[in-house]
Write a protein that binds this ligand. Structure first.
Ligand SMILES: Nc1ncnc2c1ncn2[C@@H]1O[C@H](COP(=O)(O)OP(=O)(O)OP(=O)(O)O)[C@@H](O)[C@H]1O
Length: 323
C-alpha cells in the first residue's frame, strides 16, 4: 500500500474548563479520530456544529496539539518535531478559513499578504523570487497579477477567498486544510471556488481536507467522506457510497435532509433531538436520538468497523430499516 500523505492516528482532544461553583470540567471534543489521505486526494469532513470538525482541522494544521494520538504528515510525526522543524514543515500544509473578510489584513496590500507564508520557508527567497512566486500563484487562482498592489476592501467575497487560497498555495503545499471555505459566499461564487480547488488538485497535485456543513459541496468535490458526530467519525468511505447509501442512522438523516444530494435514502429516519444524559464512555453517543437504538447501544460503544473495501461504520445496526 502507498504511504499516505496524512495519517491521523487515534487523535483525542480534551478541553478543560472551570465551571462556576464546581470542579474542573473536561469536555472531549475529539475522541480517538483516525483518518488517512492519499496525495492529491480530497477528503470531505461533515457533521453538525460542535461535532469536532474545526478542532480536527486545527490539529492537522498543527495550530493546536492533541491530548493524545499522532498526526503523521508525509512521514513526519508532527508533534514530536522540534519547534523550528515544525515551523519549516508547516509550509507543506496550509489552512484556508471560512471568513474571507476577517482573514485578510485590511491595511496590507494583497501581494504582501499572499507572500507572508514564504517567510517561514527554511531557505529564504530573494525579493524577485517572492514577487515571481506571488504573481504565479495569483494567476493560478484566476486573479490578474496587478491585483497584488491592491487592498482587501477592493475585492468581492469570492475574490478574497481566491486571495486566501493563493496565500495558502504560495509555499507549494501538498495539503490544504479548508475549514468551511465556501460557507460565507453566494451560491454561484461557491461553485467557482469548488471548481478552483478541483482544478488545483489536478494541475498542482494539492490534496484538500475540506470541511463543510454543506453536503452538496462535499458531494461535488470529495473522493472520500468522514461523517463526524460528537467528536468521533461514525462513518467513512467513498463519497458516492456515503451519500447514496448511507449506513449510519446519523449519516442517513444528514443525507435525507439535503435534497441536492442524490441519496437513495430519501425517507428520513426519525432522528430525535438529544434527550436524557449523553451516552458516556460506554454507550453510543447517538443512541438517545437514534430510531434504531437497542439495549446494547447504551452499554457498548460501537467501534468504527470495515463493512466493505474503504468503508467503515460505527454502529451496531448499520444500514438496517430502510436502506
Ligand atoms: N478552545 C476551546 N475551549 C473549550 N471548548 C472548545 C474549544 N474549541 C472547541 N471547543 C468545543 O469542542 C467541541 C467541538 O468544537 P468544533 O469547533 O471543533 O466543532 P465544529 O464541528 O467545527 O463546529 P462548527 O461547525 O460550528 O464550527 C464543541 O463542543 C466546542 O464547544
Amino acid at each position: 500500500m502507498k504511504a499516505p500523505l496524512l495519517d491521523v492516528q487515534e487523535v483525542t482532544r480534551d478541553y478543560v474548563s472551570h465551571a462556576m461553583f464546581s470542579s474542573l470540567h473536561r469536555h472531549r471534543a475529539l475522541d480517538s479520530v483516525s483518518l488517512r489521505m492519499e496525495p492529491a486526494s480530497i477528503f470531505g469532513l461533515v457533521g453538525e456544529s460542535g461535532s469536532g470538525k474545526s478542532t480536527l482541522a486545527r490539529i492537522v494544521a498543527a495550530l493546536d496539539r492533541p491530548t493524545s494520538g499522532k498526526v503523521i504528515f508525509d512521514g513526519d510525526d508532527l508533534f514530536t518535531l522540534p519547534a523550528r522543524q515544525l515551523m519549516h514543515r508547516r509550509s507543506a500544509f496550509q489552512m484556508v478559513f471560512q471568513d474571507p473578510f476577517g482573514s485578510l489584513d485590511p491595511r496590507q496590500r494583497i501581494g504582501r499578504t499572499v507572500a507572508e507564508p514564504l517567510h517561514a520557508l527554511p531557505a529564504p527567497l530573494g525579493r524577485r523570487q517572492i514577487e515571481d512566486r506571488v504573481a504565479e500563484v495569483l494567476e493560478s487562482v484566476g486573479l490578474p497579477v496587478d491585483h497584488m498592489r491592491r487592498y482587501p476592501h477592493e475585492f468581492s467575497g469570492g475574490q478574497r477567498q481566491r486571495i486566501a487560497i493563493a496565500r495558502a498555495l504560495v509555499t507549494e503545499p501538498k495539503l490544504v486544510i479548508a475549514d468551511e471555505p465556501v460557507s460565507a459566499l453566494d451560491l454561484s461564487v461557491q461553485a467557482q471556488i469548488l471548481n478552483l480547488m478541483m482544478d488545483l488538485r489536478e494541475r498542482r497535485g494539492v490534496a484538500f481536507l475540506f470541511i463543510s456543513h454543506n453536503l452538496a459541496a462535499v458531494d461535488c468535490i470529495a473522493d472520500t467522506v468522514g461523517v463526524m458526530y460528537d467528536g468521533r467519525i461514525v462513518e467513512t468511505g467513498p463519497a458516492d457510497e456515503i451519500f447514496r447509501t448511507p449506513l449510519h442512522p446519523y449519516s442517513q438523516a444528514l443525507a435525507a435532509a439535503e435534497p441536492s444530494v442524490r441519496s437513495h435514502h430519501r425517507k428520513a429516519p426519525q432522528v430525535r433531538p438529544p434527550l436524557g444524559a449523553p451516552a458516556g464512555e460506554n454507550g453510543c453517543a447517538f443512541r438517545t436520538r437514534c430510531p434504531r437504538a437497542i439495549e446494547r447501544c447504551a452499554t457498548e460503544r460501537p467501534e468504527l468497523r470495515p463493512v466493505s473495501p474503504g468503508r467503515s461504520v460505527a454502529c451496531h445496526r448499520p444500514g438496517q430499516d430502510g436502506t
